[in-house]
Design a protein around this ligand. Structure first.
Ligand code: BT5
Length: 237
């Protein structure tokens, strides 16, 4: 079976954001093209937040052309990171919808940007050997910190592309299987959380991730479905 993800690799020393670069070339390149940069000068998260991207980390974006719009594509990135970390002996979990955490700290984030049915750019930032900025020391962690040794970035990239190819296939052919895995890997289920969705703050117990990708919360006894948002863990009330 021919691999889709990583068919073409564009390696840059420095770029503002691999997602922006990928978006600018998306029309002209084949599906599965990967843009990777040694460092980003304006790496970004969701809602215009900054993503710290000094040298040593894996900062990459892949151009996908599934031909349909489905927000569950974000889980292709998150699951691929979880499997990649497992290849290096690191147990991690998904903080719905787009973070990967290890032991209470964030090790990776996924940023999906799209142009309708035309193309989707999926950016993944994974802390590998890069230093963690002081202001994120409490909340972020790297593979280097967990393993106590530097890991060649190409090895991590190869593993990530391999898993992404497999999960992307499953996303297209059997999204319910994808969601089953997401459910298994989502560590917030059963926990008390706060979800910020736009202007709204919702406090409740995370009950399930539904097949459509949304998060189901138990808010004081009634069930509430959340499509998108920022989740943080809260102590039990
Ligand atoms: C994300 O956003 O987690 C998505 C991050 C995607 C980054 C990749 S790198 C390649 C591609 N090109 C880009 O420009 N972006 C993508 P969000 O859920 O909004 O989380 C952002 C928050 O994570 C920030 O506000 C910080 O609190 C925290 N953060 C920033 N840099 C971090 C890092 N290196 N490690 C862990 N946490 C970080």
């Amino acid at each position: 079976m021919e691999r889709i993800i990583g068919r073409k690799l564009i390696t840059l020393e420095e770029v503002s954001s691999t997602n922006d670069y990928a978006k600018s070339i998306a029309r002209e390149v084949p599906e599965g093209t990967v843009v990777i940069a040694e460092r980003q000068t304006a790496g970004k998260g969701r809602k215009g937040r900054a993503w710290a991207s000094p040298e040593g980390g894996l900062w990459m974006s892949v151009i996908l052309k599934p031909g349909f719009v489905d927000p569950r594509i974000v889980f292709v990135g998150a699951l691929s990171v979880v499997d990649t970390l497992a290849d290096f002996g690191i147990a991690s979990g998904i903080k719905w919808p787009n973070d990967v955490w290890v032991g209470g700290r964030k090790i990776a984030g996924v940023l999906v940007e799209g142009r309708g049915e035309e193309h989707v750019v999926m950016g993944v930032g994974l802390n590998v050997n890069n230093p963690i900025p002081d202001e994120l020391r409490e909340s972020a962690v790297s593979m280097f910190e967990l393993l106590g040794a530097k890991i060649p970035l190409e090895t991590v990239l190869n593993s990530l592309l391999f898993h992404m190819d497999a999960w992307y296939r499953i996303f297209r052919e059997d999204p319910f299987l994808l969601m089953q895995k997401v459910r298994e890997r989502t560590f917030i289920l059963g926990r008390f959380v706060e979800v910020v969705e736009g202007e709204e703050r919702i406090l409740g117990r995370a009950v399930d991730v539904l097949d459509d990708g949304s998060l189901l919360l138990d808010v004081g006894g009634s069930l509430r479905r959340v499509l998108y948002g920022d989740v943080s863990l809260r102590p039990l009330p």
